[in-house]
Design a binder for this molecule. Sequence first.
Ligand SMILES: Nc1ncnc2c1ncn2[C@@H]1O[C@H](COP(=O)(O)OP(=O)(O)OP(=O)(O)O)[C@@H](O)[C@H]1O
Ligand SMILES: N[C@@H](CCO)C(=O)O
Length: 357
Amino acid sequence: MTRSFKITVPASSANIGPGYDVLGIGLSLFLELEVSIDPKQAHETNADANNCKLSYTPESEGYDSVPLQSDANLITRTALYVLRCNNIRSFPCGTKVRVHNPIPLGRGLGSSGAAVVAGVMLGCEVGKLNYSKQRMLDYCLMIERHPDNITAAMMGGFCGSFLRDLTPQEVERREIPLSEVLPEPSGGEDTGLIPPLPPTDIGRHVKYQWNPKIKCIAIIPAFELSTADSRGVLPKAYTTQDVVFNLQRLAVLTTALTMDPPNPDLIYPAMQDRVHQPYRKTLIPGLTEILSNLTPSTYPGLLGICLSGAGPTILAVATDNFEDIALEIINRFAKKNVQCAWKLLEPAYEGATVEES
Ligand SMILES: Nc1ncnc2c1ncn2[C@@H]1O[C@H](COP(=O)(O)OP(=O)(O)OP(=O)(O)O)[C@@H](O)[C@H]1O
Ligand SMILES: N[C@@H](CCO)C(=O)O
């Protein structure tokens, strides 16, 4: 049986200010996997322990750094996890995966979320599991535990999501670390373990409307900040005042971004945050002044500005003057000796897709 198909998954920006671990926007920057399965090509793929020949286009972000062993690379390791849950030990003979990744790694544009979604879809396709997107989300959330990037990448558009409370038995099933079900990349013994299927409906979401006049400007510093490190600087507890500050703005922001004409006097203050951005300023030079000094009155067209995900990328939502806004932020980072690139992006409304090729 030969088959070829293409998996496409959007980047994402999470939090959008007050929506820490809640809000995410799928963005028009796409991770692509060209997959072919041909047993006659087995001679090309059997060098890998799991029958998978993985390669990246040279222009891919991470081309020089991501591992190509199928049990080490985040995309294929995720696919193997999905297969192992269904008692399928490896990829079909002759599986080749060619990745094109334009999403910068460790910048707050959901590169890991896109990789996990792509991996789950890859496992579902090669394992012929016929899962719905909602069921695939359960597998994603076993690996990336905050739902905002994953949901926006899988479902597309502007999403709000939460994790349901799990029973103690479900928590136990969920806490099995990936390292216990897959051999360590160093070639450790295959545990032979069949991991339990994930609990169902771990994540729930809604897709909001979005005013299409609103575009997303991503200003991308030239340094990586891992999500784990960026989450590590957050406090374990918050005052009632700070929690209410975010709750109030979150409730207003999700509707304000759908209104036409967009109201900067509503969106700008509604994009402020007291849960994560104040604590992450130590990791991102210039963050505080960038978030406070660029306002709709000083930059007509600007609606709101925030840290994209765990950073360091800055997300500005605007209806006009995109380049002026981007260059001002780039200049402020340059004064801190931080070089940046920038991209003008739109919401990716469809989310992750699979197409036969
Ligand atoms: N296309 C990819 N192929 C393989 N591994 C990837 C890919 N994209 C991301 N990763 C892995 O995910 C890591 C980055 O994940 P991390 O969560 O730290 O940042 P991010 O997802 O880019 O940002 P954020 O989660 O804040 O949006 C990379 O260092 C790499 O290990
Ligand atoms: N909500 C997550 C998003 C990571 O992209 C965080 O801010 O850590």
